[in-house]
Design a protein around this ligand. Structure first.
Ligand code: AP5
Ligand code: ZN
Length: 212
């Protein structure tokens, strides 16, 4: 299936995308991870320096469309099915995507603002393997250490409360119109994202199976 996962920062897109990718055997395409993996990369040929300290990402602002569109086009090129996470984030990106592929399922994870802030400020990530944890909701066996690979966990630069608030503001301004853009199509489903990861997954899987 070709799946698009929409939701605010912290709604659980990364958490559910991994499960979708495993269960349906599709590529996980995530602009956020791709950008973080390329931090420090010289993209001056594109005319941007997006990731200097205090750049777009660390400030919670959107990276220019040209950069993320390029990432997505490259990733879609070799993908049969996919789950797209973190893109599109504004109407221009949505129109760009619509011209390049069709979507079987567009899933919106709905979570309240208060819960989003708690999830993001408590998130810890493994810098080695990318596994995600939470200081309360998803603790590793040994505090501060990755279960998968034993590396010390860190906090994302943009998970401070101030930057989280800015990301939520950017989401409301730029990305909520993207949700309206897909709402009302046959592919669209809104899911309550406030249950446990397993509960949310039951609904996500069901919505994809119905549409694929
Ligand atoms: P990106 O990496 O896409 O971040 P985001 O959208 O802010 O999403 P997150 O990764 O923060 O949250 P998530 O929904 O994946 O939640 P997760 O599953 O980890 O983007 C980062 C930056 O890159 C942007 O600010 C921008 O600068 C740039 N960028 C990226 N894409 C772009 C684009 N297309 N255009 C322009 N710029 C772009 O869960 C969060 C936490 O909650 C975890 O700790 C987890 O353990 C916990 N959790 C998850 N599910 C549950 C649950 N059901 N119950 C309790 N806790 C839960
Ligand atoms: Zn790890």
């Amino acid at each position: 299936p070709r799946v698009l996962l929409l939701g605010a920062p912290g709604a659980g897109k990364g958490t559910q995308s991994s499960r979708i990718s495993d269960e349906f055997g599709v590529d996980h395409i995530t602009t956020g991870d791709a950008l973080r993996a390329n931090k420090g990369m010289d993209i001056s040929e594109l005319g941007f320096e997006f990731d200097t300290p205090g750049g777009f990402m660390d400030a919670g602002e959107l990276v220019p469309d040209e950069v993320v569109n390029e990432i997505v086009v490259t990733a879609l090129g070799n993908a049969d099915g996919f789950v797209l996470d973190g893109y599109p984030r504004n109407i221009e990106q949505a129109e760009f995507l619509d011209e390049r592929t069709e979507l079987d399922a567009v899933i919106r994870l709905a979570v309240s603002e208060e819960e989003l802030v708690d999830r993001l400020t408590g998130r810890r990530v493994c810098p080695e393997c990318g596994e995600t944890y939470h200081v309360e909701f998803d603790q590793p066996e040994e505090s501060g250490v990755c279960d998968e690979c034993g590396a010390d966990l860190t906090q994302r630069e943009d998970d401070t409360e101030e930057t989280v608030r800015e990301r939520l503001r950017v989401f409301a301004e730029n990305t909520e119109p993207v949700i309206d853009h897909y709402a009302g199509t046959d592919a669209y489903a809104e899911i309550d994202g406030e249950g446990t990861p397993d509960e949310v997954w039951e609904d996500v899987r069901g919505a994809i199976e119905q549409r694929a």
